[in-house]
Design a protein around this ligand. Structure first.
Ligand SMILES: [Fe+2]
Ligand SMILES: [Fe+2]
Length: 232
């Protein structure tokens, strides 16, 4: 049984939602295949984290759309934000006990190779992913890397915003775990998740309220688990 509570309706299925987002964003078949090839290792090694990535991609793309930012960039960033997790030890990924500083160090090491892996194919997305870690407790990397390319000023200034939207999507989905790193051992209610979102992202209170009002985030929780092991 999935450790994530489901906030999407059971139908359409998660994989169907992802397929329609690809369609809406007019992402070519070739590009879709390339994306899915990148995601394949994590879908095999850790289906729950894979599905977390799909949901975060969908949320981040909706938040970007709402902010009149490129929804494809948010979508890709969400899909790829855990891409290097297959290199993290399985016991760490599946850990149900309290998260330790050593576990965090292990994950931090991997973000650097995650960044390198993505840079050659999806440079802008890699930048967004690095930014998103800077909005969480114990933020890293300590220094922001110089941009990979000589982006126009308009792109440079939006990178931290994309990163913030990705971090909100990531936190929202992660808060739906029953046994997450904060040792939540009983299923949280939708309202308690909203409170945590506001508490841990106090600089974004207004935006979070708007995201709930727009129904991008919801306090509804469905009993059915997510579709673990359903390939996209
Ligand atoms: Fe994250
Ligand atoms: Fe995540």
């Amino acid at each position: 049984m999935s450790r994530f509570l489901n906030y999407f309706e059971a139908f359409p299925t998660l994989s169907r939602r992802v397929a329609s987002r690809f369609e809406c964003l007019e992402i070519s078949q070739i590009q879709q295949q390339e994306i899915m090839a990148f995601l394949e290792p994590i879908s095999i090694k850790d289906p729950e984290t894979y599905e977390h990535s799909l949901r975060v991609g969908l949320l981040a793309s909706s938040l970007c759309e709402f902010m009149n930012l490129d929804p494809s960039a948010g979508f890709y960033a969400g899909l790829f934000h855990e891409i290097d997790k297959p290199k993290v030890r399985f016991v760490t990924l599946q850990k149900k006990e309290v998260w330790t500083p050593d576990d965090t160090e292990e994950i931090k090491k991997e973000i650097m190779s995650e960044y390198r892996m993505l840079c050659s194919h999806f440079d802008l997305v890699a930048e967004i992913i690095v930014w998103h870690h800077r909005y969480q407790p114990g933020r890293y990397p300590a220094k922001v890397f110089p941009p990979l390319n000589d982006y126009p000023e308009s792109t440079r200034v939006t990178l931290p915003i994309f990163g913030r939207l990705l971090s909100l999507s990531d936190a929202y989905d992660a808060f739906h775990q029953v046994d997450d790193r904060h040792a939540v051992m009983v299923p949280p209610s939708g309202e308690s998740i909203k409170k945590r979102m506001l508490k841990y992202n106090s600089d974004q209170k207004l935006f979070i309220e708007l995201a709930y009002r727009e129904k991008i985030f919801t306090t509804r929780i469905h009993r059915a688990p997510t579709e673990t092991s359903v390939a996209a």
